[in-house]
Structures are given as structure tokens and as C-alpha cells.
Write a protein of this length. Sequence first.
Length: 81
Amino acid sequence: MSEIEVLLAEVELLFLGREYPKGADYSRDRLRAAFAKNKDVHDPEKIKELISRGEFVVKELEALYYLRKYRALKKRYYETE
């Protein structure tokens, strides 16, 4: 079960990394390095901890993207003071 969770987390992070401000290549390289660093972890508790860390990163990236879109819309449609 944990292998599936890890793969799903990796796919979700890859998908979100496409819009990363430094570029998709940068995001993909960092993601690969992070997963490669932890490839020898077999402890279920440590795996769950790493998956929860990945979920936190997903939430942070989503918040970053929503904020960027909000700022763009606000700049486009509202007066600047």
C-alpha cells in the first residue's frame, strides 16, 4: 500500500511542479533528488512521515499558485494605490 501512496505523491508533485516559478525542469530535478535520497527507507513509520511531508509541500504549492493567480487578477482589475 505504501508504494502506491509514494507513487501517487510523486505524480501529484510532478504535476504541480509544472507551474513552479523556477521552471518545471528545476522542480523535476529537485523532486527526483528528494525521492532518490529516501529510496532506501523501509520503515513504515518513516515512510508515512515522508508522505505527510509531501502532502504538506503539495498544500504549500497550491497556496503559492492561488496567491499568484489572485495577485495577477487583483493587479489586472483593481486600481493601484
